[in-house]
Design a protein around this ligand. Structure first.
Ligand code: FPP
Length: 246
């Protein structure tokens, strides 16, 4: 597998975030209902999670359901929630076997009780795993996350727990859903759309972006390797000059 051998495992993104897009269009191309696209999307989730763990990526975050996705037809929302429960049930042993910790970000309380229960159980059963943290963004919206953080911080200011002057990047980080995760290094979005869709707005401040035309159910291990190779060719300057970082 030549693409894999082109990857420098000493320079992997520490945090890879993926916007899995194109399930609906993929299903339509096959003359099938959207649910068929989501079902096949779960296969790409499995392939990608296993490939990332094998490579040695420490943090993988998948955008599985946005706050805006609640506006989709009820049948589609129900299908996605069922798929999620089934995948959690089915993949618990794979997560344990691969030493992967499951984490979730988003508005947990807004998820159906059945999803909350399954999610909590898998999070609990995998909490001591150390090879990779797999974070599912579920009922997630970055603006909502920031609003919540602002509310928590201002409450602490009001109650004299912290001072206004002490508010810095780390205080904001610590009040986001992602408080236990590093900043995102690489964002991949499939399906040819070039937008961020309310995903990790604070956390992507210095991320690299990789957009690929492939629809999510067709996203393969090779596509993942291509994205990482592209990332490794880039010079990340974090606002400095090229000379300064050499
Ligand atoms: C975007 O495609 C995909 C989603 C909104 C959901 C992603 C869900 C999965 C891959 C399946 C379940 C997830 C897990 C973690 C087991 P779209 O429906 O917006 O596609 P379109 O833009 O072509 O309509």
């Amino acid at each position: 597998m030549s693409l894999l051998s082109a990857i420098n495992t000493d320079n992997l993104p520490r945090h890879l975030a993926i916007i899995m897009d194109g399930n609906g269009r993929w299903a339509k191309q096959q003359g099938m209902l959207r649910a068929f696209g989501h079902e096949n999307g779960t296969k790409s989730v499995k392939t990608t999670v296993e490939a990332c763990a094998k490579l040695g990526i420490e943090n993988l975050t998948l955008y599985a359901f946005s706050t805006e996705n609640w506006n989709r037809p009820k049948l589609e929302v129900d299908t996605l929630m069922k798929l999620l429960i089934n995948s959690l049930k089915k993949e618990l042993e794979t997560l344990i076997k691969n030493n992967i910790r499951l984490n979730s970000i988003g508005n947990f309380e807004s998820l159906p009780k059945s999803v909350q229960k399954e999610l909590s159980e898998v999070i609990e059963r995998t909490k001591n795993n150390t090879r990779m943290t797999l974070t599912l963004a579920l009922s997630y919206g970055s603006r909502e996350e920031i609003i919540n953080a602002v509310k928590k911080i201002t409450t602490k200011v009001k109650n004299n727990i912290i001072s206004i002057d002490s508010i810095d990047e780390s205080i904001i980080n610590n009040h986001l859903y992602t408080h236990n995760l590093p900043d995102v290094d690489l964002v991949i979005r499939t399906s040819g759309e070039h937008r961020i869709s309310n995903f990790l707005l604070w956390q992507i401040a210095y991320a690299e972006f990789y957009f690929i035309d492939v629809l999510w159910p067709d996203f393969s291990e090779e596509n993942l390797y291509e994205a990482i190779i592209s990332y490794q060719k880039r010079e990340r300057r974090f606002g400095k000059t090229s000379e300064q970082i050499k």
